[in-house]
Write a protein of this length. Structure first.
Length: 300
């Protein structure tokens, strides 16, 4: 008979919906977990699953070297760890924030003697701890911390390390979410167009989903154009043609009683780019209109 190897222990700060999902995954995999939450009652589910509940954030942090935070926002993280000793701790911040907050929090943690890793969770709670769900987490910051704890972190979701810059996890997270919400905006506009007609939304969705999947692949061409700096490379449907078609989209919206507010700003950008003499280019040139100029020294 052989002894089952013990799993590394960790501390979890924050037991909301996502924190609880993370805690359940680690506990189910055999990791001893110490938890803390500002509202103690919200630790009950994890306590019932075998977690140790700490009376304070300081006590929770003192219990383990690996400390994972999944709180409301960056300010909550600062408040929770204010005055808490972090020397020798490995702090993994799964709290949603901005790239600048990730960079500032890394410097803050390192000044207090901790290694720091920021994270961006690409999942909703039911996907956590379910390998086939497709859930994954972006990580950036200390490579040594990531390498040491990668197996433990991977219990909750697949891991994707995106660089030493602590702001990159949040940047990747927000960039993907921004693309998602832009797509959702188009989806809602499309469903509004067919409302009131003899078209079943479910039947329309059966056509919409594969169409969007086919079009999403064009992001590779956009990436190639941006990386080369040549917005006219491999153009299939130029900007002038696409901008001209925008009038049909807007007239159809008016006819169908659909507000153009989700679509009109995008079409306006196409028109501006064409008016500036770039009608021969592809859509990638519109990125130039979105660049506010000041990237704070972090433009890659």
């Amino acid at each position: 008979m052989t002894d089952t190897p013990s799993r590394p222990s960790l501390t979890l700060l924050g037991t909301g919906d996502m924190g609880t999902a993370l805690g359940r995954a680690w506990l189910a995999a055999g990791h001893p977990v110490t938890v803390w939450n500002r509202t103690p009652a919200r630790t009950a589910a994890l306590a019932a699953a075998g977690a140790t509940v700490a009376d304070s954030a300081a006590e929770a942090v003192a219990a383990n070297r690996l400390v994972v935070a999944c709180l409301l926002d960056d300010a909550s993280l600062g408040d929770t760890l204010d005055g808490v000793g972090l020397t020798g701790r490995d702090l993994v911040n799964m709290t949603t924030g901005t790239p600048a907050e990730g960079r500032d929090r890394a410097a803050w943690a390192e000044a207090r003697g901790a290694r720091f890793l920021d994270a961006g969770i690409m999942a909703v709670p039911p996907m956590i701890g379910v390998p086939e769900s497709g859930a994954y987490v972006f990580y950036s910051g200390s490579r040594a911390l990531f390498d040491e704890h990668r197996q433990t972190l991977a219990v909750a979701a697949a891991t994707t390390y995106v660089g030493e810059d602590p702001g990159f996890a949040a940047l990747h997270d927000v960039a993907l979410l921004s693309a998602m919400y832009g797509m959702f905006g188009g989806v809602l506009h499309a469903f509004s167009l067919i409302r009131g007609e003899d078209i079943a939304p479910r039947d329309f969705a059966d056509m919409l989903v594969p169409w969007l999947g086919a079009m999403a692949g064009l992001a590779h061409r956009t990436a190639d154009q941006l990386q080369s700096g040549d917005h006219a490379k491999d153009v299939v449907s130029n900007l002038a043609m696409q901008a001209a078609g925008g009038d049909t989209l807007l007239r159809t919206a008016r006819e169908q009683g659909t507000s153009p507010e989700l679509l009109a700003p995008y079409l306006h950008l196409l028109e501006r780019r064409v008016a500036a003499g770039h009608g021969h280019e592809d859509l990638s040139g519109v990125v130039e209109l979105l660049d506010a100029g000041d990237r704070g020294g972090h433009r890659s």
